[in-house]
Design a protein around this ligand. Structure first.
Ligand SMILES: [Zn+2]
Length: 314
């Protein structure tokens, strides 16, 4: 529960109200300035350290504000560190996980609002609030001059689909311990990117659902690896209707990966895997028009762009 008093309002507030009234910012916090994306800079992976922020303060000196790495843009994953003496952390009013050393991650959904709020609750009962401006994502939109038509699915499909979705939800709900979220992610496989996260068809102004992952087109049988350490929470060798042979892996702190359309799965549920370890082979099982790996990333309920986490596909 958020306390009504005791907030130390740093940055954001004066700046936001000024901007809202159309006037120039009267106070600019250097840290907030440092993490604001530059208009002429494409969003890049947090691993590349584009923020220009200094290293987090050593444990000897007291941190009085949040520290962040990454560019706050829709679809991004930010790494942060809470102020000293923080006992718990909230993002948009929800409690989120905090490492013993004060580090945490925050995922900004594909459709994140333009401003999000973090609140650190302090040992002395006070709190520090930090607002972040979130830049809009640059999604590939395709405008179709035809009315939107929802697909018609059979009763048999719907019945099967319900059971599949229940398995996916259960696997994502498992609470596992992993430090994979701390690592610099690598691509599970490299090759031509044939599908982009966030891309969407718009039918005479009505948006269809967007693509929730990155597609890499490589031949059937190509081995793909774990992008970071994690625990396998689903290894579906019996094909799902849409995802085909599917692996879901938890990287800790609410972050998980899904790998779709595999031709073979090389791991089992409960396996603890290391970054770079082979986990499956690419295929076109489920609903796929050709062999490719679809890699989806979620942080709690937020859908994240793998390109912003692992950097450009090399
Ligand atoms: Zn895909």
């Amino acid at each position: 529960m958020i306390r009504a008093m005791g907030f130390v309002l740093l940055t954001g507030v004066a700046l936001m109200s000024c901007v809202a009234e159309g006037g120039p910012p009267v106070s600019v916090d250097t840290q907030e300035t440092a993490i604001r994306p530059q208009a002429d800079t494409a969003p890049s992976a947090r691993a590349t350290g584009t923020t220009g922020t200094t290293e987090p303060a050593s444990s000897e000196s007291k941190r009085v504000d949040f520290w962040f790495e990454g560019v706050p843009v829709q679809g991004a994953l930010l790494t942060g560190r809470v102020p000293s003496d923080t006992v718990s952390l909230q993002f948009e009013g929800e409690h989120i996980e905090l490492g013993d050393d004060g580090f945490f991650i925050v995922g900004l959904d594909r459709d994140s609002p333009a401003e999000v709020t973090l609140v650190a609750k302090l040992k002395d009962g006070g709190a520090i609030e930090r607002r972040l401006s979130v830049a809009p994502g640059d999604w590939k939109l395709e405008h179709i001059n035809a009315p939107y038509r929802a697909g018609v699915s059979s009763a048999a499909f719907q019945e099967r689909r319900g059971a599949e979705l229940a398995q996916i939800v259960a696997s994502r709900g498992k609470n596992v311990q992993s430090d994979g979220w701390r690592q610099d992610f690598i691509w599970p496989v490299t090759g031509r990117q044939s599908g982009f996260f966030g891309s969407q068809r718009v039918y005479q102004g009505k948006p269809g659902s967007y693509h929730g992952g990155a597609d890499i087109a490589v031949p059937t049988g190509t081995v793909f690896v774990a992008p970071a350490d994690g625990v396998v929470t689903l290894a579906a060798r019996d094909e799902f209707t849409l995802e085909g042979k599917l692996i879901i892996m938890d990287h800790g702190h609410g972050l998980n990966s899904a790998f779709l359309h595999a031709s073979a799965i090389l791991v089992n549920e409960g396996d603890r895997v290391r970054q770079g370890q082979p986990i499956g082979q690419v295929g076109q099982s489920g609903r796929a028009t050709g062999p490719h790996l679809h890699w989806g990333l979620k942080w709690n309920d937020a859908r994240i762009d793998p390109l912003l986490v692992a950097g450009a596909v090399s």
